[in-house]
Design a binder for this molecule. Structure first.
Ligand SMILES: [Zn+2]
Ligand SMILES: [Zn+2]
Length: 361
């Protein structure tokens, strides 16, 4: 019996009668992490790993019906034993382990295998069937160690400072932005953030993650000399908006795994691309899959066909799983575009920059 099947509402566990990261509203949802394409509004009940509670409440509303479980703790539901295990993707991200009559399935959600200090590191979980993402499931995707990327950002920031201009770095506001803040050298100068980023910083700080002091960019006048010393973190949708005018002359960069592709950087029209992803690269995906010991692998969003073919060549029983998950770095590509996860109520609170919203209306 399959412990997880694809239904129009999302990935469904028949014996447990619940959905994992459903894309349509359901009665009982199990959520792997707070990105908009995985944690959506409208479910009657939510179950998630405890470290993700602050994120989910900040994004979906303080009053959602949310039950949490510490990593590794087991909940028995209709005979299905369910537990969460760290996915190393963003704060609170989890793989979902399901055990029923001796069969073990693990649904990974999104994951990254390099530990980054902003969330519990990825933990391989033995299982019979592994449901994996494949956002960067092509052999060309191989990440450099993150320390090199952070050193590159630091150097770029110092050089811009020396030339008297701000360094504006576009990064997804939940996860990527906090990872950058945690990884860069905050002694170089002041750090300014867009209103979409700061509410998430707060949740990370409350979760005990070291995030250096940050200021709202909106509090500074264009004439303020401090702007020209600053590193500014903003969501990609702020690019080209009136919000950017306060910085006068600036250098801009974009931090994303997609920056490996020259064409993407050109499309973004930024000065610098920093290849930094919160997803596993090709070797990371293969390593994680191997560590599970699974004989059967179901592949969700990303380069599904390439990874499925490769795994079959390795003798595994692999198949694609059609889902409606997207990619957070690409989902906020166009301001106001109709994307999944058009949320982030925190961006509208007092003191936040009124425009633009990170994601759609
Ligand atoms: Zn994600
Ligand atoms: Zn995803």
């Amino acid at each position: 019996m399959d412990l997880v099947i694809a239904r129009p509402e999302g990935l469904y566990c028949p014996p447990g009668d619940f959905y994992i990261d459903p894309w349509r509203p359901v009665e009982r949802s199990v959520i792997t992490h707070g990105h908009g394409d995985h944690a959506r509004w409208g479910n009657a009940r939510y179950l998630a790993a405890a470290p993700g509670e602050g994120i989910l409440r900040s994004r979906l509303g303080q009053d959602i019906d949310l039950q949490t479980l510490p990593y590794g703790a087991t909940l028995d539901h209709h005979g299905v034993k369910l537990s969460f295990h760290p996915a190393g993707h963003v704060l609170g991200s989890a793989q979902v382990r399901l055990e029923y009559r001796g069969e073990v399935w693990v649904a990974s959600g999104d994951y990254k295998v390099e530990a980054d200090g902003t969330c519990a590191p990825f933990e391989p979980v033995r299982c019979h069937t592994f449901i994996t993402e494949s956002t960067f499931g092509l052999p060309i995707y191989r990440w450099r160690p993150q320390a090199e990327i952070f050193a590159g950002i630091d150097d770029w920031w110092r050089q811009n400072q020396a030339e008297g201009r701000a360094s504006v770095l576009f990064a997804y506001s939940f996860g990527k932005a906090q990872r950058i803040l945690h990884g860069i050298d905050d002694r170089i100068g002041p750090i300014l953030v867009h209103g979409a980023v700061e509410p998430l910083n707060r949740v990370y700080r409350e979760g005990g993650i070291r995030i250096p002091e940050t200021h709202y960019a909106g509090d500074f006048k264009k004439s303020d000399p401090l702007l020209r010393q600053a590193l500014v973190l903003a969501p990609p949708s702020a690019a080209g908006s009136t919000w950017m005018r306060r910085f006068g002359e600036y250098s801009d960069g974009f931090a994303s795994g997609w920056m490996m592709l020259r064409g993407t950087r050109r499309r973004r029209g930024v000065d610098r691309g920093f290849v930094l992803s919160d997803h596993a690269d090709w070797p990371g995906l293969l390593w994680a899959i191997e560590q599970t010991g699974a004989e059967r692998v179901m592949v969700t969003h990303g380069s599904v066909n390439v990874l499925v073919r490769y795994l079959r060549e390795q003798g595994l029983d692999a198949q694609g799983f059609t889902t409606e998950y997207g990619d957070e770095d690409d989902s906020d590509d166009l301001p106001g575009a109709d994307q999944p996860g058009a949320d982030l109520p925190g961006a509208n609170q007092p003191g936040a920059d009124p425009e633009p919203r990170e994601e759609g209306p």
